[in-house]
Design a protein around this ligand. Sequence first.
Ligand code: ADP
Ligand code: ZN
Ligand code: MG
Length: 477
Amino acid sequence: MPDYVPTIGLEIHVQLATATKMFCGCALSFGDPANVHCCPTCLGLPGALPVTNAQAIEYAIAIGLALGCEIAPVSQFHRKNYFYPDNPKAYQISQYDVPIAAHGRLGDVRIHRAHVEEDAAKLIHAGAGSGRIHDARRSIVDFNRAGTPLVEIVTEPDVHSPEQAREWLTLLRETIRALGVSDVDMSQGSLRCDANVSVAPTGATALGTKTELKNMNSFAFLERGVRAEIARQIARLEAGETITQETLHYDVATGELRSLRSKEEAHDYRYFPEPDLPLLRVSADQVAAVRAALPELPADKALRLSATYGLAPERAHELAFNGPLGTFFEAAVAAADGVDPVAIANWLPALIERVGSDIDPAATPVTPAAFAALVGLVGTKTISRDAGRTVLDRLVSDGGEPAAIVAAEGLGAIAAADGELDAVVAAAIAADPDAAAKVAAGNAKAMGPLVGYVMRETRGRADGAEVGRLIRAQLGL
Ligand code: ADP
Ligand code: ZN
Ligand code: MG
């Protein structure tokens, strides 16, 4: 049985968060009543003329640059002709042979191109149960979304596993999020992704025939859909069958892949230059200005965090890919006096556990300075780790200063020297002679109940290692 290499190329639609639509002045706004943001242009009424949204072009340039693309000094809009109820003009204004950005790379995936286009209206399938006999087949159209600016990003077929697809899409999403040009929220449709999938026998020089999985609405579903499609293709080839080039829908509930249509060709769309728009000219000055204003991108940030603070690559990656968390971390490091940045990073999961991973510094009462101070108290063994978690609970619920909380609640570590701990350890041994005998006989696991007793009695204020040392000492080990 030959082994197969999967190949995946991704096509991503990013909805731009501009104030107005791509070719008219209607507001971009979500959640409003249907059909309140439309005008003759985005409704496709005869005689209405499009005007290119300069902010959308600036955002597209930013995306192109962040993806390492060349920005075309002159590109062009085309009409992509097709009939569908969500497309009032019966054509979509898109870019065809000359996109605004091309030939880039993000991480280990080459970018084929990125172009600007307009979104379609939203079809709402009314479904059954709304009263009339034919309702089940009725759909309504909300034109608020018609004409929303989109950037479509097309990768080269450089991805070779479902996991890599998911990881790379995360990098793409966080990169675009850092630019601040889109909400990049898959569940809201501001980031949409299609995956082209093929398999070929290991060592083959040509790629296999591809199929296209449409519009997966989460990275997890995309990963599962791609995995299912790879398995389906391999099974077909193993059975001596061929792969048909087609568009598929992955049903998350059943795990089934359903054919939507066989592949249309570009000439079916009868692309032709948009006669109502001038060529899209982007000056070198404008590209330079957008480049100068680019924020630090996640991949660069991960490298910097790891180099500057000595963080492990995975930890640096995690912080770089979560903007608010990374900002919180750097603010804590800046506020801390001599507290180890690695220790601060290592305490972040405990904070995330309590407030969620989308830390909003404005919404949590834990200030970066208080967080750093807490980590410092644990680092100097002023308080135990357990007590540190208690202090963190207080910070999350009430805010305040760690040192004051420690004093008010008597959470300071019990020093080995002051004898208090000796008495508690003796009591633990007396309370569980069985466990003590096992420890004395060399069974290290039996230490657990004894340490547990001490921790309960001291409300977690003792240092675990210190307690272990004292137990062994009292047992004469
Ligand atoms: P089409 O003409 O069918 O639209 P393109 O060559 O424009 O195909 O590629 C569309 C997308 O499919 C790109 O992301 C590309 O990387 C990907 N792709 C092309 N060929 C393959 C293949 N054999 N296997 C997987 N992905 C592919
Ligand atoms: Zn409009
Ligand atoms: Mg194509």
